[in-house]
Design a binder for this molecule. Structure first.
Ligand code: ATP
Ligand code: MG
Length: 313
């Protein structure tokens, strides 16, 4: 079973570098949708054999702003605190220090202003697609007929109208994530928080979902914070890319390295993947996330088992 995705309704217009730069001036003039101030998070680590528990610094003094209707992607090495950050933004986790503001108001728990889509499929398996999407609406006190009608519109928006009466196990991974997006959007959040939502999908479905998300975003007034491991995905989707770094000699925990404006013609579509400017931005991000370090092969005992000069292959 598969559902056909509509082709992208836009093509990349040719913009001058000045026009692209002006876009970022205008972006910074928009109202701030979400602000992260001096955010820190420490976790207690389990007791070791010697009986001592410790503390792990997941995030250390992170500051940034997300502007209204922006797509900000967040990248960084494994364990640098990306999921912790997005869970704090969602109000699912408490910060140890600092705070998060949504439209100027401090976040103190989950709220209808923020929707969340995770990597793991989180649909209720015992409910149909329609009932999954209706669930949040019913929880908000919306009557059955109105909830059904709104849910059907969102299901149509993600191209799954033929599957409204199917159960999650009858859907592909991509289709399940489209239901998860429909379910999150149905609650009309102002901000959509996504933690590697396409991470479990095959590359082709993932590419379709990226186009799909850009199309939805064009049609819905929403700000998106999108965590990913995939640098192509980070650049393709983003207005700006937030780069987090892991703990190192100068930082006790996950920290903000930089926020990079994606200076590419807009709106992005898959053609942008071939643009030399895209490749240059991607190269710079790769350098930030995976800094080149000299190989420490001589320190690996297994290498010493091989004589230098032996033929390989
Ligand atoms: N509930 C928890 N208890 C203790 N430590 C935690 C907890 N959750 C996360 N951590 C630690 O916080 C750090 C950041 O974890 P987090 O899951 O946010 O990283 P991440 O950037 O999302 O990694 P990945 O790219 O692998 O998903 C890690 O060192 C992790 O071990
Ligand atoms: Mg994570």
């Amino acid at each position: 079973m598969s559902a056909t995705l509509a082709p992208l309704p836009f093509s990349t217009p040719s913009l001058t570098p000045e026009e692209i730069a002006n876009r970022f001036v205008r972006l910074r003039q928009r109202p701030v949708a979400m602000e992260v101030q001096n955010l820190g998070k420490r976790f207690q680590t389990p007791q070791s054999a010697s009986g001592k528990g410790g503390e792990a610094v997941a995030l250390n003094n992170v500051n940034f702003q997300v502007y209204r209707r922006e797509i900000m992607t967040v990248i960084g090495p494994s364990g640098c605190g990306k999921s912790t950050l997005v869970r704090i933004l969602a109000g699912l986790e408490q910060a140890s220090s600092g705070r998060v503001l949504v439209d100027g108001k401090p976040v103190d728990g989950p709220g209808p202003d923020r929707g969340m889509v995770f990597q793991a499929y989180t649909l209720f398996p015992w409910l149909t697609v329609l009932k999954n999407v209706m669930f949040g609406l019913s929880m908000q006190g919306i009557g059955h007929d109105e909830a059904r009608s709104q849910a059907l519109q969102w299901i149509e928006m993600v191209g799954l109208e033929r599957f409204a009466e199917n159960y999650p196990h009858q859907l592909s991974g991509g289709m399940k994530q489209r239901v998860a997006i429909a379910r999150a959007l149905a609650a009309k959040p102002r901000i959509l928080l996504m933690d590697e939502p396409f991470g479990a999908l095959d590359p082709q479905t993932r590419a379709q979902m990226q186009s799909y998300l850009l199309q939805i975003w064009q049609n819905v007034n929403i700000t998106i914070v999108f965590i990913t491991h995939d640098l192509d995905e980070a650049v393709l989707l983003a207005d700006r890319v937030c780069v987090l770094g892991a703990a190192d000699e100068s930082h006790p925990g996950g920290h903000l390295k930089t926020i990079m404006d994606v200076h590419l013609p807009y709106p992005h579509d898959v053609d942008v993947l071939k643009d030399p400017r895209f490749l240059e931005i991607r190269r710079q991000l790769d350098e930030l996330v995976h800094p080149r370090r000299p190989l420490a092969l001589d320190r690996l005992p297994i290498v010493k088992m091989t004589q230098r000069g032996d033929e390989v292959g």
